[in-house]
Design a protein around this ligand. Structure first.
Ligand code: GRF
Length: 220
């Protein structure tokens, strides 16, 4: 049997996606262990969640730190020291610079609350509602230097209803995000999808023509 994969999770806030990963590692859904949870907000509830679960944490506050590239380099050096196989950004609200990202391209994913390429950046639910979209969702994509623009591995879709508020949309989407993130990490650990030279391939080498879609708990 292969050794469990080593995951590092980067966080800035609440940590509900982190929690989904912790549970999936504990119940065997993911053949993996979380070796580090690292955050750029010392007070992030996600760091407290990790500590309560007995996971090593690293808090390095980025506020008031003028030299972005130096902060990113130091933070990612600390993350690298935990020797992760994969880095998962789960509510990590900072854009890392290209030099910090480069060694991890192909091994670092992010969950974003929109159907990318629609609505990179912030306030995705408000923007989808304002545009009159009838469908919205979340994406798991590989992290590259450009914000929310790396190849999309998987998505989950849900309808928007007349009169929806951004808060209502966020509440409906969040449990779907949790399932999407766990299923995406699972697909990577199983080698069902892999990164090759800037593109995503199926296990048999065919290029992924479109993101996998989460239906129920499974990716199709
Ligand atoms: C999620 O909506 C995620 O898509 C976005 O930030 C939020 C993080 O939530 N990037 P949590 O901290 O995992 O609860």
């Amino acid at each position: 049997m292969n050794a469990p994969a080593r995951l590092a999770v980067l966080v800035s806030g609440r940590g509900s996606n982190l929690d989904a990963l912790i549970r999936a590692c504990a119940d065997g859904t993911l053949p993996a262990g979380i070796v580090l949870v690292a955050g750029n907000r010392a007070q992030a509830p996600a760091l407290a969640r990790a500590a309560a679960a007995g996971i090593a944490t690293l808090a390095r506050d980025s506020r008031g730190h003028g030299d972005r590239a130096a902060w990113d380099a130091a933070f990612m050096a600390d993350v690298a020291a935990a020797r992760p196989d994969w880095i998962v950004l789960a509510g990590f609200m900072r854009r890392l610079d290209a030099t910090a990202v480069a060694p991890w391209v192909g091994r670092m994913i992010n969950i974003h609350p929109s159907l990318l390429p629609k609505y990179p950046g912030l306030d995705t639910h408000t923007r989808a509602l304002a545009a009159g979209d009838t469908e919205h969702g979340a994406s798991v994509h590989f992290v590259t230097a450009e914000l929310d623009a790396g190849p999309v591995l998987a998505q989950v879709r849900m309808p928007l209803h007349a009169g929806d508020s951004a808060d209502a949309v966020a509440a409906r989407l969040l449990p779907l995000e949790h399932r999407l993130l766990v299923a995406s990490v699972q697909a990577l650990l199983q080698g069902r999808v892999r990164w090759h030279a800037g593109r995503l391939l199926h296990a048999d080498g065919r290029p992924l023509q479109a993101p996998l879609q989460l239906i129920g708990a499974a990716l199709h």
